[in-house]
Design a protein around this ligand. Structure first.
Ligand code: ADP
Ligand code: MG
Length: 485
């Protein structure tokens, strides 16, 4: 029998708790700005401090954004939901309780299809999405003896997304977070930036023997601030837990800290339970009642999500999912695509331009699709001309795009600039002879089977022709010539 490593005997089980900071102007229950990076403790009202007599009130934008996320994750929206107080003491929580949702969250029982490529999809069930306020920030590295506290972040709105323990691989966990980030950006409800903390993730991790019917005891790992660290934390815990169990020990339910430097976890505290927090409905905030029209309006105006857009593009343009996603993730680029699509002869050609040369051109010249010096109609026309071998891609990139302006008539501009392909075979054959005698060693290499050098010859001939040649024609003429040598 083949040797079986102990790790192969176990299955990984992961459930995620993802906090998303919503990008509202003001806080969840008060008017202070949520802007990041201002002087510490300058955005703190009596409400945030929980001073006597201060009364919180609901920010309606939060309600909209949380509902949108619920809809995007295929949840049931709970029209009657309410806030509760989660009681605990910590310096960055001056009120002594976090206002959050417990018994009745705004959304529950959803799922997210995590897509790896065209055909591979994994559905992860969403247990709930609830709204809550963020705490302040404890700063430990200002002084060796004291902890400083900045309360600007206290009261900033969050949604927490809780998955069922459906994740069996670190890759899936990372793909889930990636997809959540794409969705919150597409919905415009958060910047989803993990490094800056607007997307934070705790991972509940356990292991069980393959084929077991009950879950093992889980540990909750905190302080994971990147996708890479999420994968590292999961891998580390899987290994650690298997080793503990194989040595005859047992896993203690606990909250662990992830250390990005060592890649290891350490115990922060043994796990507290819900009753410890003495949750009770917040007497200062009336229960929320979402009307059907409020929910329906959000549903009707919900933008298409990137995965859906990408799948549509995959179908109409025979691309891979990863390629299509490049367009789907760029709102303005997708808009440009939609406008140009109806005017090109081949959608596939358009998409190749959008994820290739045009994308590079936009990036290199610091342009944006919204304010680019060319319109979708012009680009569609250019692509059709390239496909019809009227102009080469090289000339488009080097000579036409730098001169184009939105009102220009493409074919007149091409004529004015004298950019049309005008390759007569005599000229081309001369260029080819010149190039092949210039690159003798490469010609030898080609003869010995190194076919890759053909690209070099084509490029050099195209240069001599100032780009005004049809690369495919050049290609076949070179091959003919090489056969003769
Ligand atoms: P609590 O209220 O104590 O935080 P929950 O039931 O709300 O516990 O679960 C919190 C998270 O832990 C969820 O994401 C859930 O999927 C995950 N989870 C629950 N049991 C396990 C387990 N045995 N292994 C891994 N994750 C788990
Ligand atoms: Mg919980």
């Amino acid at each position: 029998m083949a040797f079986q490593s102990p790790y192969d005997l176990y299955e990984l089980v992961v459930g995620l708790e993802v906090h998303v900071q919503l990008n509202t102007q003001s806080k969840l229950f008060s008017r202070e700005s949520t802007a990041f990076g201002n002087n510490p403790n300058t955005q703190v009202s009596a409400i945030t401090l929980g001073l006597p007599g201060a009364l919180p009130f609901m920010n309606k934008e939060v309600l909209k954004k949380a509902t949108l996320m619920g809809l995007a994750l295929n949840c049931q929206i709970e029209p009657h939901n309410f806030f509760e107080r989660k009681n605990y003491f910590y310096g960055d929580l001056p009120k002594g309780y976090q206002t959050t949702q417990d018994q009745l969250p705004i959304a529950k029982n959803g799922y997210l299809e995590v897509r790896f490529n065209q055909s591979k999809v994994e559905a992860i069930r969403i247990n709930r999405i609830h709204m809550e306020e963020d705490a302040g920030k404890s700063i430990h590295d200002l002084s060796a003896y004291n902890t400083a506290i900045d309360l600007n972040r206290a009261g900033v709105p969050l949604i927490e997304i809780v998955t069922e323990p459906d994740i069996n691989q670190a890759e899936t966990a990372a793909a889930f977070i990636n997809e959540i980030r794409q969705i919150v950006r597409a919905l415009g409800i958060s910047d989803g930036n993990m490094e800056e903390g607007s997307l934070r993730c705790d991972a509940n991790i356990s292991v069980m023997k393959k084929g077991a019917t009950t879950y093992g005891t889980r540990c909750e790992v905190k302080n994971i601030n990147s996708m890479r660290n999420l994968k590292r934390a999961i891998a580390h815990e899987f290994k650690r837990q298997v080793e503990v169990l194989e040595a005859g020990g047992s896993i203690l339910q606990s909250t662990l800290n992830f250390d990005a430097e060592t890649g290891e976890t350490s115990v922060m505290r043994s796990k507290e339970n819900a009753p410890d927090y003495r949750y009770f409905p917040c007497p200062d905030l009336p229960p929320l009642e979402l009307t059907a029209s409020f929910i329906n309006e959000l549903k009707e105006n919900m933008p298409k999500l990137p995965a859906q857009i990408a799948m549509e593009i995959v179908e109409e343009a025979e691309l891979t999912y990863a390629e299509a996603l490049i367009i789907a993730l760029d709102e303005a680029g997708y808009d440009f695509y939609l406008k140009a699509k109806t005017q090109v002869k081949q959608i596939k050609a358009l998409v190749n331009w959008l994820i290739g040369p045009l994308r590079n051109y936009i990036q290199e010249n610091n342009l944006r699709y919204e304010s680019a010096p060319f319109t979708p109609t012009q680009i569609a026309e250019i692509i059709n001309l390239v496909e019809a071998r009227e102009i080469s891609m090289q000339v488009v990139m080097n000579d036409l795009l730098p001169k184009i302006y939105p009102e220009a008539k493409v074919s007149s501009l091409i004529d004015d600039l004298n950019l049309r392909i005008s390759d007569n075979e005599t000229d081309l054959m001369n260029y080819i002879s010149e190039v092949l005698s210039q690159y003798k060693t490469q010609v030898e290499a080609f003869k010995k089977g190194k076919k890759g050098v053909l690209g070099l010859f084509v490029g050099e001939v195209m240069k001599k022709a100032k780009g005004k040649a049809d690369p495919q024609k050049v290609n076949s003429l070179i091959l003919e010539k090489l056969n003769e040598i």
